[in-house]
Design a protein around this ligand. Structure first.
Ligand code: HAM
Length: 430
């Protein structure tokens, strides 16, 4: 026998029990997003590599070492599996001149790809729900995003989540802070680690985000961006905080929150939990006023965020969120050729009336078929044997006790609706 082939490391199969929870989550997400007026957009999974280099920044972990990039074997074009959705969403908005129709509230969800070291909560294929508000300038939309998240955590019953907030100011303010930061780090160059020395002139802000314990004291004492923010940036930041306070959403200002993508300015935020171990950031985002212009669009402000679906679902489960089991309403068992043909007709008739119906396939004794019916979780079995087939009738059998009933095909749907109503107060869709 040849060796079995396994999935790519860090890329997971989502098996039916789990996939049903995903679908319930996706349904909930759709309602939540439309409650805030966000509309769906779907972008390709593969984009030209320069899109991500320009948007995310050349000197970022993602672009330097995590992108799945390859050359199109047919025309030599450099392509990349998307590591995130903001760049693609902005590209699509520019390409289709969406902002000519006014500001846009958009969302997307789907797989993203980063060649990271896999561990619990960190995968090479993972999924995001991303939200982007293009063409909005004020702090109101930043606050709206945070309020939206808070409502979702509440709807899902998630526990132990906290909000970290910072402002990265404008590019001019960051430039002045950068100068001061480089001067400070130059004075302490011998204390920096390899990553720090490499980033000293390319991305010194990221050094502040280091996890290296040996650098913590150095980083603590470094010039703080907040001291370089001008009046407009401070007012914007204040505007966000006012809404959060009004809404009663607790937050912590974390001056070292800088984010791993270069396009951000002003408000940035992360939702973190202590319940998931090292990969505790479940959702993150902020404002990116320069990105649309940087990607060739007419200058327009924007803000957004994305959540990691695997992490949210893990936390949902941790917090006791039980997704409902999805079961059919009827399982059809049958024996004999004529019964098999009638079973097809009966099952289709039921589906035509909106009942979720599983037709037993593959034969077997009535006893073994009834075991399958039981395992399916369906509240009713439809039993069709020689007798029923000869009379053109079917037997409707409640699986959890109660009288069985023999009915004609025409009577079947109303009879089932009536019995389902008796079981769970549902009107059976009729
Ligand atoms: P990000 O912080 O890179 O931001 O990713 C957002 C979220 O995706 C993270 O907080 C985390 O929950 C999840 N995530 C990231 N990498 C992984 C991974 N390897 N495995 C599992 N989950 C992961 C962005 O991607 C920005 N595009 C967010 C944004 C939208 N900003 C403005 N608009």
């Amino acid at each position: 026998m040849s060796q079995t082939i396994q999935a790519v490391r860090g890329m997971n199969d989502i098996l039916p029990d789990e996939a049903e929870a995903w679908e319930q989550f996706e349904e909930l997400i759709r309602d939540w997003l439309s409650a805030y007026g966000y509309r769906p957009i779907r972008m390709p999974i593969v984009e030209p590599t320069p899109l991500f280099k320009r948007a995310i920044g050349e000197v970022t972990d993602i672009v330097e070492k995590e992108m799945y990039s390859f050359e199109d074997a047919l025309n030599g074009e450099l392509l990349t599996l998307r590591p995130e959705g903001t760049a693609s969403c902005v590209r699509a908005a520019i390409q289709h001149k969406m902002l000519f129709a006014g500001p846009q509230r958009l969302y997307y969800h789907g797989p993203m790809y980063r060649h990271e070291r896999p561990q619990k909560g960190r995968y090479r294929q993972f999924h995001q729900v991303g939200v982007e508000a293009l063409g909005f300038e004020g702090p109101d939309v930043d606050a709206e995003h945070i309020l939206m998240c808070a409502r979702l955590w509440d709807d899902l019953g998630l526990e132990d989540i906290s909000l970290e907030l910072n402002s990265l100011g404008s590019s001019e303010e960051r430039a002045r802070h950068r100068e001061a930061l480089i001067a400070y780090l130059e004075r302490h160059q011998e204390a920096l680690d390899e990553d720090g020395r490499r980033r000293l002139y390319t991305n010194p802000l990221r050094i502040l985000d280091t996890k290296n314990p040996a650098l913590q004291a150095l980083v603590e004492a470094a010039p703080r961006l907040v001291d370089y923010l001008g009046e407009d940036s401070l007012r914007h930041f204040e505007g966000v905080q006012v809404v959060l306070k009004d809404a009663g959403i607790p937050f912590r200002i974390n001056p070292r929150l800088v984010r791993g993508l270069d396009y951000y300015n002003r408000t940035v935020f992360e939702w973190v939990t202590t319940r998931l171990g090292a990969q505790g950031t479940i959702c993150a985002g902020g404002r990116y006023d320069g990105l649309i212009e940087q990607l060739g669009g007419r200058p327009a402000p924007a803000a957004g965020f994305a959540m990691g679906v695997e992490r949210i679902l893990a936390l949902w489960q941790e917090s006791g969120g039980e997704p409902e089991r999805v079961a059919p309403e009827v399982y059809v068992v049958h024996s004999g050729e004529a019964a098999g043909r009638l079973a097809f007709r009966a099952a289709e008739a039921l589906r035509g009336h909106g009942f979720a119906t599983v037709l037993h396939c593959g034969g077997g004794s009535f006893k073994s078929q009834m075991k399958k019916a039981d395992a399916s979780g369906a509240p009713f079995a439809l039993v069709i044997g020689d007798d029923e087939a000869a009379a053109g009738e079917v037997t409707l059998k409640p699986m959890r006790g109660g009288e069985q009933r023999r009915v004609s095909l025409d009577e079947l749907a109303p009879a089932l609706a009536e019995q389902l109503f008796a079981v769970d107060g549902d009107d059976g869709g009729l």
